[in-house]
Design a binder for this molecule. Structure first.
Ligand SMILES: NC(=O)c1ccc[n+]([C@@H]2O[C@H](COP(=O)([O-])OP(=O)(O)OC[C@H]3O[C@@H](n4cnc5c(N)ncnc54)[C@H](OP(=O)(O)O)[C@@H]3O)[C@@H](O)[C@H]2O)c1
Length: 330
């Protein structure tokens, strides 16, 4: 009989937590026991999983005294910093969606299609990258393997669900001309180049995450990366315009064939292109608008769209767990 695993979902009542529940069901993840945690605020509420109601428990320092194999965390950075080590000390493999652990030297930051090979038995805290970064590095790795990427410039168009339920409520309330409660500016009928806090460099933290995380995931510390991240009034689905410069001359037909043959990518040829509405509820990265950048040698443009809560968060984390299981690393 195939082995089944004991799973804790931390942040189960949130946008990503609810999607964990959906994706675990959709992918038929092998589970012998599952427990759902949130803060005191939601303790006692119920979540529905595989036909049963489960009572949400308050996350406390003794939560991991119950035995688990995996803990899927999506409860913010502070919660991760405090509780992931407690879980790891009990031998639980934590896969964390917050940015708290991503850039720490001894922590693996993983997109399975790109760098699952870094995972080893005994990795107990594993970081899931930023949502826009995940969907960007999947096609970027394909380009890199063929033509050696030298520089990439990202311009993102990010959905409000990237901010959790608070962002979605601000967009919905905007339809009724109510003032925003979460964003500093109105998102309804608007967009703004401001995701997360500003840094002294003039970049935002979200932009810095994309720049740093791309290099770490691809194992290319000297890659030149820049980003501008923009919030747009779309509920689900981030889009990224990517301008990529390579060392070698780019053969567009060869690259199109490589995208087409890649089971993690849905490739749109010619004048066809993906939109956020096309990708909601889907686990793949959708790529289109592939063309030469006529302003530079060895440059291309492309457009990558993915469901930010699934591939950008829950699905990627569950794919990491699936890889550990397949390779007998847990
Ligand atoms: N949304 C995205 O597209 C996305 C993508 C990638 C990564 N992430 C990251 O994933 C995390 C969650 O994001 P989200 O969008 O799901 O946010 P969210 O909708 O606001 O949900 C937050 C969740 O965390 C729980 N939580 C908060 N404080 C807690 C505590 N002290 N102890 C236990 N649980 C606590 C909340 O429980 P209560 O119900 O009790 O408040 C809720 O379940 C964040 O770190 C975010 O940066 C989000």
């Amino acid at each position: 009989m195939n082995k089944e695993y004991r799973v804790a979902v931390v942040g189960a009542t949130g946008m990503v937590g609810q999607t964990f529940i959906q994706v675990l069901q959709d992918r038929n993840f092998p589970i012998s026991k599952i427990t759902f945690f949130a803060s005191k605020r939601s303790a006692g509420s119920t979540v529905f999983f595989r036909g049963l109601d489960y009572v949400v428990e308050e996350l406390t320092e003794s939560s991991f005294d119950q035995c688990f194999d995996f803990a899927l965390f999506s409860a913010g950075g502070e919660t991760s910093l405090k509780f992931a080590p407690i879980a790891a000390n009990k031998g639980v493999v934590v896969i964390d969606n917050s940015s708290a652990w991503r850039m720490k030297d001894n922590i693996k930051l993983v997109v399975p299609e790109v760098n699952s090979h870094v995972l080893k038995k005994g990795d107990l805290i594993i970081a899931n990258p930023n949502c826009s970064t995940i969907q960007s590095v999947v096609p970027l790795q394909v380009i890199h393997e063929l033509f050696t990427v030298k520089r990439v410039i990202y311009s993102t168009y990010q959905a409000v669900s990237g901010s959790g339920y608070k962002g979605v409520m601000d967009l919905k309330n905007g339809y009724e001309h109510k003032a925003p409660e979460f964003y500093k500016k109105q998102i309804f009928d608007n967009c703004f180049p401001h995701i997360d806090d500003f840094l002294d460099s003039g970049y935002t933290k979200e932009e810095k995450k994309m720049m740093d995380e791309t290099k770490k995931i691809m194992g290319l510390p000297n890659l030149l990366v820049s980003a501008t991240c923009v919030r747009i009034p779309v509920t689900v689905g981030h889009s990224v315009s990517m301008n990529v410069e390579c060392e070698k001359p780019i053969d567009l037909i060869q690259l199109s064939k490589a995208f087409d043959a890649n089971s993690n990518i849905v490739f749109y040829e010619g004048t066809h292109y993906p939109t956020p509405l096309d990708v909601a509820g889907n686990d793949l990265v959708h790529v289109g608008r592939l063309r030469k950048d006529l302003s530079t040698e060895n440059g291309i443009h492309l457009w990558a769209v993915a469901d930010n809560i699934r591939k950008g968060a829950a699905t990627n984390a569950i794919q990491i767990a699936e890889y550990l299981i397949k390779e007998n690393l847990v």
